[in-house]
Design a protein around this ligand. Structure first.
Ligand code: IMP
Ligand code: MG
Length: 169
């Protein structure tokens, strides 16, 4: 693992996550019924760090979004089940990285059909030229180019999630 070049060091990540926490605290002050919804598995470390900076009352849930191929349908299909009743809640989605935006968009559509009060999104990383999201991502850690990154929860073939920094493979 030692030979993976650093894109963002532990210190850079920590500073950025703290800054994101402050932005979110400012905007969510006074809101109630907040549910932080973390997308597994890649967001687990980011979520653990971020929520410790949030100074308001919140519920925390995790969900997995899987993609699969169906022979009769073109392209990729996504599936996932909301972990709890979200009706009337102010949702804050936590994503590790937005690449095509398909996973986040799948979740947004699911939430919009489920009577939520509001949807916000924080992404640690975003590849900005590519994504297809129909809503803005107000909280973003770092914008990166067309690179494949690992570490700080993110994997390549299931490995490197435990790398304490973000590296490029
Ligand atoms: P999407 O293309 O935005 O739907 O991204 C789907 C998921 O793929 C993200 O939430 C990540 O978990 C994973 N992913 C996308 N790009 C990368 C990357 O560069 N490194 C590791 N995981 C990635
Ligand atoms: Mg993810």
């Amino acid at each position: 693992m030692k030979d993976i070049p650093i894109l963002f060091s532990q210190e850079e990540i920590a500073n950025r996550v703290l800054a994101l926490g402050k932005e979110i605290n400012r905007d969510y002050a006074g809101k109630t019924n907040i549910l932080v919804l973390s997308i597994l598995k890649g967001s687990f470390i980011f979520t653990a760090d971020l929520v410790r900076y949030l100074n308001f009352s919140l519920d925390l849930e995790f969900m997995e979004i899987s993609s699969y191929r169906n022979g009769s349908v073109q392209g990729e299909l996504l599936s996932g089940k909301l972990p709890c009743d979200v009706q009337g809640k102010n949702i804050l989605i936590v994503e590790d990285i937005i690449d095509t935006g398909k996973s986040a968009q799948f979740l947004i559509s699911l939430l919009q059909k489920s009577g939520v009060a509001s949807i916000g999104m924080v992404a640690l990383l975003i590849k900005p030229d590519k994504h297809i999201l129909t809503m803005p991502v107000p909280y973003r850690g770092f914008e990166i180019g067309d690179q494949f990154v690992v570490g700080y929860g993110m994997d390549y073939n299931g490995k490197f999630r435990n790398l304490p920094y973000i590296g490029v493979v």
